[in-house]
Write a protein that binds this ligand. Structure first.
Ligand code: THU
Length: 160
C-alpha cells in the first residue's frame, strides 16, 4: 500500500490589497446577488465572469420548486459567457454570497458541479482561470481551476 498526498495552493488577501480589476469583478459579483432567485434557500449568490476580450457576464442562482431544476450562479455566468463568445477564453471569475442580511464572512467556495464546469472551460481554451472567492473577512485567490479541483476528471480520462 502506498499513500499519496495532494496539495493545493491559494492566496488569502484582504479586499483592499487586491488590484483594482479584481476588486471591480468582485463588486460585480456582489451586485449580482440582488438578482438571485432564491426563495427556497434564502442563499443569494452572484458570479461575474471576465473574458479575455474584456467582456464581463454576471449570473445569479436561480431556484425552482422542483429543487434540482435550479442552477448555481457560477454555471449560469459561465454558460452565459461561453454562449455569447464561444471562441473567447475565460480570464477570471468572482463569486460572492449573501444570506441572513449579510455577505458571507468566509469566502464562498463553488460546488462540485460548478468546479467541473469551470475546469471544462480551462481545458477547452488551455488558459488558466483566476478564481476570486469573496468573504467579508478575506478573499481567496486561486490561480487556476486545478487548484480548486485536484484529482479531477478530464477529457484525457475518456481515452481509458
Ligand atoms: N449555490 C450557488 O449558486 N453557488 C454555490 O457556489 C453554492 C450554492 C446556490 C444553489 C442554491 O440555489 C443555493 O445556493 C443553496 O445551495
Amino acid at each position: 500500500m502506498q499513500r499519496k498526498t495532494i496539495e493545493t495552493n491559494l492566496s488569502i488577501y484582504k479586499f483592499d490589497e487586491l488590484e483594482e480589476s479584481k476588486q471591480e469583478l468582485i463588486h460585480k459579483a456582489k451586485e449580482q446577488v440582488n438578482k438571485a432567485y432564491a426563495p427556497y434557500s434564502g442563499f443569494f449568490v452572484g458570479a461575474a465572469v471576465e473574458l479575455e476580450n474584456g467582456e464581463i457576464f454576471a449570473g445569479s442562482n436561480q431556484e425552482n420548486s422542483a429543487y434540482p431544476s435550479g442552477l448555481c450562479a457560477e454555471r449560469i455566468a459561465m454558460f452565459y459567457a461561453n454562449a455569447q463568445y464561444p471562441d473567447v477564453a475565460v480570464k477570471s471569475i468572482a463569486i460572492a454570497a449573501f444570506t441572513n442580511g449579510n455577505y458571507l464572512q468566509e469566502p464562498i467556495t463553488p460546488c462540485g458541479s460548478c468546479r467541473q464546469v469551470l475546469l471544462e472551460s480551462e481545458m477547452r481554451f488551455e488558459k488558466d482561470i483566476t478564481i476570486l472567492l469573496y468573504g467579508t473577512k478575506y478573499v481567496f485567490v486561486l490561480e487556476n481551476v486545478k487548484q480548486l479541483l485536484p484529482l479531477c476528471f478530464e477529457k484525457n480520462n475518456l481515452q481509458g
